[in-house]
Design a protein around this ligand. Structure first.
Ligand code: ADP
Length: 229
């Protein structure tokens, strides 16, 4: 699903953000990308949506080489990928339903598709009962669930979560990770960047650890060592 071959990203402001990174993530895998702030986690995820273009190396997503891709093909790439972030940007003057529907409408989906897919996505994250609520009426964890529904509504092959629990309390954080795991079990490949070792240790998934732009560890069912947190 994802292949990085000898990828270096140099923003030109000091040491490269990623240095000769090699990584393969198979379809339906769940991967925690861990490491301290500045290690290169976000940069790694942004390569996959082509928000960042590598200085050297190649990036494949779902069999397509992203670096060589024509600009006209980038929207198609992005329709394969759902994204959630630490900062949850919902439209404040739209309901939960409208926030999720909007993400689907911009892909050109028909009204029938919207009517079918929005409740499916909200149901997956347990937010269908709050479909008519506005973002200000929701807790942080609930907002992140809506953001997750918005990412899922396009039925992505790949879900990228960049510090999705960064602003949440431990209980809400667990709920989000458990949702990501459930989504993964239904076949979506998930990459979650985090520096929260308690979460990583609780779920024993594949762990790819970055330090100063290099992969220093890649373990199945890994544990994030406390001293690095
Ligand atoms: P992480 O997600 O692990 O905190 P990042 O990928 O955000 O790491 O950052 C890795 C390094 O690249 C840091 O040194 C950061 O300052 C730098 N960096 C990230 N984004 C940019 C950018 N758009 N322009 C310049 N430098 C950047």
């Amino acid at each position: 699903m994802v292949v990085l071959r000898d990828v270096t990203v140099d923003y030109g402001n000091g040491a490269p953000a990623l240095q000769r990174v090699n990584l393969t993530v198979e379809k339906s895998e769940f991967v925690f990308v861990v490491g301290p702030t500045g290690a290169g986690k976000s940069t790694l995820l942004k390569l996959l949506t082509r928000e960042v273009i590598p200085t050297e190396g190649q990036v494949w997503v779902a069999g397509r080489e992203v670096t060589q891709m024509k600009l006209s093909q980038v929207p198609h790439l992005r329709r394969l990928i759902g994204t959630v972030f630490q900062d949850i940007l919902l439209l404040p003057d739209r309901t939960v339903w409208e926030n999720v529907a909007f993400a689907l409408r911009v892909t050109g989906a028909s009204s029938a598709t919207v009517l079918r897919e929005v409740p499916r996505a909200l149901e997956m994250v347990g937010m269908l009962p709050k479909a008519k609520a506005f973002p200000r009426e929701l807790s942080g964890g609930e907002k992140q669930k809506v953001a997750l529904a918005r990412a899922l509504v396009i039925r992505p092959l790949l879900l990228l979560a960049d510090e999705p629990t960064g602003n949440l309390d431990p209980v809400a954080s667990q709920e989000i990770v458990e949702l990501l795991l459930r989504i993964n079990r239904q076949g979506t490949t998930v990459l979650m960047a985090t520096h929260d070792w308690t979460l990583v240790n609780a779920y024993r998934q594949r762990v790819v650890e970055l330090q100063d732009g290099r992969i220093v560890r890649d373990e199945l069912r890994g544990v994030f060592r406390r001293e690095l947190a």
